[in-house]
Write a protein of this length. Structure first.
Length: 289
């Protein structure tokens, strides 16, 4: 029997707004999992497993971790009030007990990486984009989200071709942290968004980075394989950061996905997220033979 909230210790320190969110989300997850003919997560892949990401790369799912194909990821995100998350894969520890991440690939063209990053100027653009996204949140009846600043300033690693940053925002008095990593390839960019309890952010980032070492683009799709004549992206590193959070600055196709990731109700990242994520662990149990 699915009993996710029998006196969980985490709830004692959670405010009323977060309690309501967790209770609601747990309720819809329970309802969805109660129908054997319509399981929320139909085909979880438990490590060790090679998860194909689009047609450009592979993420090696380690023992103790799980991945979801796009259909399962979309259904789970919908239940977490994150609509429109399509063509996206989930990667997480078994049971999603500490954190989870979602990865999405976009054929942007080859992104030049020789640009200097101005963190202050970018932050102002992100704040404008976040405020504009509140219009969509209000339409959906969700709390507004206000960007406060950097949790981790944007930084680029030339050797791994990874661009990473983290923002901290406020939603109804609660702090929300979004950590993003962009993986550059020959013809596009894979975006990984980490969702975790802010208090465990450093630990979760370290664990995600370790697991990202198991991700690789196909030999002909690595950044170093760029050749003259290949498509070039219309922006550089700054554009990747701004386009990853300011909805007004990206094309309509990208916005459809970003709406689900950034304009949605990421209060799940607030205190108490571990209790919620632990409640869905039964959805990922291995099927009996």
């Amino acid at each position: 029997m699915f009993r996710p909230f029998e006196k969980p210790p985490q709830l004692s320190s959670i405010d009323q707004a977060t309690r309501r969110l967790i209770s609601f989300t747990a309720a819809v997850l329970i309802a969805a999992s109660a129908h054997a003919d319509e399981p929320l997560v139909k085909d979880p892949h438990h490590g060790p497993y090679n998860q194909q990401i689009s047609s450009v790369g592979t993420w090696k799912v380690a023992q103790g971790y799980v991945s979801l194909d796009p259909a399962d990821t979309t259904r789970l995100m919908e239940k977490m009030h994150n609509p429109g998350v399509t063509h996206t894969w989930l990667y997480a520890p078994e049971g999603m007990e500490r954190w989870f991440s979602v990865i999405h690939y976009e054929d942007t063209g080859h992104v030049p990486d020789d640009e200097k990053i101005d963190a202050s100027a970018i932050l102002e653009q992100l704040k404008q984009g976040t405020e504009q996204s509140n219009e969509e949140r209000r339409k959906r009846g969700w709390p507004e989200l206000h960007l406060i600043g950097w949790q981790v300033e944007p930084h680029y690693e030339p050797d791994t071709k990874r661009l990473s940053w983290a923002t901290v925002s406020d939603s109804e008095g609660q702090r929300v942290v979004n950590y993003t990593t962009k993986l550059l390839s020959r013809a596009g960019v894979a975006t990984v968004v980490l969702v975790t309890d802010p208090e465990n952010l450093d630990r979760s980032i370290a664990e995600l980075k370790s697991n990202l070492d198991g991700f690789s683009f196909n030999p002909d799709q690595t950044y170093a394989q760029f050749r003259s004549g290949d498509k070039i992206a219309e922006y550089g590193l700054t554009g990747l950061i701004v386009g990853g959070a300011a909805a007004a600055a990206v094309k309509a196709g990208a916005w459809k996905w970003l709406l689900g990731i950034l304009a949605a109700s990421w209060k799940l990242v607030a205190a108490g997220v571990v209790a919620l994520l632990a409640s869905v662990k039964s959805l990922f149990k291995r099927r009996s033979a």
